[in-house]
Design a protein. Structure first.
Length: 553
């Protein structure tokens, strides 16, 4: 990094404020925020959801939904302009003309958004989407653009996509989608790259690889990086300086070593102290087996040709055997595509499978829908994305009450309302919230609603599919404590699916490590974390607790 005292900032933000609405309904999302970013520097902007991080970043490129959003005051000056592209040195971006903003966006400042699959057009090939940036900003021809696309894919270490230029975004993994987004952002060699939560929902090994890629690209291209994240371990390993945001304000900023070793603000101290920790309560040796699987398989056929002949199989789950006892948590870990979620869906019979599945000693694999329905009350699933799994058209009360009506629980509407109120309070929400809709809640609150929807049926077994992956560390801590408390009170058994080994360590009694549909290692959680036997498990642990990009052997 260059000496910051010897040069002007590349980006200078001073007393920036941003609000939504006016008058009594005004929401002050950002309040008098100031920070600088210098050439070749990485600044980490950290804080919880709703702290104003993304609003600040979107303000830089003037991408907020104006006129609903507005800036009561402040200044954003970009110091890397050039007369050749109509951007003067030290250009003021707040209120800038469309001509200046078009020259800034993509050319000088580019942005990687949080959710790549939501940002990429699902109907356009990756070649078309990357090329579009080149057509708009550099007026390239198709042949020249294609050559640049191939060059960019190699730059972001995604050579396997070169032979798949006509593929759509959903045909790539999460890590590959993120690399495609990075390639688009780098297409015009920007001076500053804004990365908004670029690793939030990625597996630990892929997260480490993406972070190493960003670091290498920054050094190779000489650009600056604004990294927005709630993951403090990412910040510790990646950035030069840190700015901590809380309720729209920057409460502390400085070199990364000072912030982590000598924090001064109480909020920063609280944030650093909130980590998944503790251990699950001991399960009695005589606890009965509740759920089990023997030689479970889920194979998806690969069909090719005009007549769609099966030429092979994707073995998503291949010959897996395990048991879960009453009150026990079985942690299932592995990278994307390892078969974790498929295993969970197969276990409750919403994914077709082969092999044996037991619940309370009964073999349920061959049961028809009518015979299976009563068991569904006792086997529930909480999905990864609560916003996607909760109907936006239904109130919270109706979402939770659907299961009660289906299983005919509660003899009257009043009794069902009482059950809904009780379960809302049990997961830490107010009963009055039953009349609100999912979009009115934070991510952590929506996850509590999803848990309440499962819990209201009084199940004995709950599958939790990545329930904390996109949550802030403080909200993760709260959800972990909630799950522990619910397990203790109701003697629940969990199948806990996660790529975050820190969370698994805090919750699981026993761990399955999956890779390519196979169990590569299993055992008591303490043994897996303290003395892993396999190279793949060791690589997962290294990536989770050290954030090093290690090869998976």
């Amino acid at each position: 990094m260059n000496n910051m005292n010897d040069e002007r900032p590349l980006l200078q933000i001073k007393d920036l404020s941003a609000s939504f609405g006016t008058g009594p309904d005004e929401v002050k999302a950002v309040r008098s925020v100031s920070f600088d970013i210098y050439k070749g520097e990485t600044l980490g902007l950290v804080g919880e959801s709703g702290s104003g991080k993304s609003v600040t970043a979107l303000s830089i490129l003037q991408l907020l939904p104006y006129p609903l959003a507005h800036h009561p005051g402040g200044s954003i000056r970009f110091g890397g302009g050039s007369p050749t592209d109509q951007v003067p040195e030290g250009a003021e971006l707040l209120g800038a003309t469309e001509t200046i903003l078009r020259s800034i966006r993509g050319n000088h400042i580019a942005m990687i958004f949080q959710e790549p699959l939501s940002s990429l057009n699902p109907l356009h090939s990756i070649e078309r989407q990357i090329s579009e940036v080149l057509f708009v900003h550099q007026d390239m021809g198709r042949k020249e653009a294609k050559e640049r696309v191939i060059e960019l894919l190699r730059l972001v270490d995604l050579p396997e996509a070169i032979d798949r230029l006509t593929s759509l975004p959903h045909e790539f993994s999460g890590g590959q989608q993120q690399r495609i987004m990075i390639a688009m952002a780098l297409a015009n060699k920007p001076d500053l790259l804004i990365a908004d939560e670029p690793t939030t929902a990625l597996d630990v090994t892929i997260q480490a690889q993406v972070l190493e890629l960003l670091k290498a690209l920054k050094e190779k291209l000489g650009m600056s990086l604004l990294l927005i994240t709630h993951d403090l371990e990412v910040v510790r390993r990646t950035v030069d300086r840190v700015a901590v945001m809380h309720q729209g304000e920057i409460v502390e900023q400085g070199p990364v070593e000072d912030i982590f070793e000598r924090p001064t603000h109480i909020y920063t101290k609280q944030l650093l102290g909130l980590k998944p920790k503790g251990q699950p309560e001991t399960v009695p040796d005589n606890a009965p087996t509740l759920v089990g699987a023997e030689s479970l398989k889920v194979w998806f056929p690969i069909k090719k040709g005009i007549i769609r002949r099966t030429v092979g199989y994707v073995k998503a789950v291949d010959d897996i055997t395990f048991t879960v006892r009453q009150g026990q948590t079985l942690g299932v870990v592995g990278e994307s595509g390892s078969g974790k979620s498929t295993l969970g869906r197969a276990l409750i019979r919403i994914e077709r499978s082969e092999g044996k599945i037991y619940f309370q000693g009964q073999e349920i694999q061959g049961l028809r829908s009518r015979a299976l329905r009563p068991l569904r009350q006792e086997m529930q699933m909480v999905f990864q994305d609560p916003f996607g799994s909760l109907s936006p058209r239904l109130s919270v009360g109706r979402i939770i009450g659907e299961g009660l009506q289906l299983h005919k629980l509660g003899s009257s509407p009043e009794e069902r309302h009482a059950l809904i109120d009780r379960v809302l309070e049990e997961v830490g929400l107010e009963s009055e919230m039953r009349n609100r809709y999912p979009h009115e809640f934070s991510g952590g609150q929506r996850q509590r609603i999803a848990i309440a929807r499962a819990l209201v049926l009084k199940p004995r077994f709950i599958i939790l599919d990545e329930p904390t992956s996109a949550l802030d560390v403080s909200v993760q801590y709260q959800i972990i404590e909630l799950l522990r408390d619910l397990q203790r009170r109701h003697n629940l058994a969990y199948l806990f699916i996660s790529h975050d080994l820190r969370v698994v360590r805090a919750l699981a009694h026993y761990v399955l490590v999956l890779r390519n549909g196979h169990v590569v290692e299993q055992g008591p959680a303490e043994d897996i974390f303290k003395n892993p036997k396999g190279a793949y498990t060791r690589a997962l642990l290294a990536a989770a607790f050290e954030l090093k990009a290690e090869s998976i052997l």
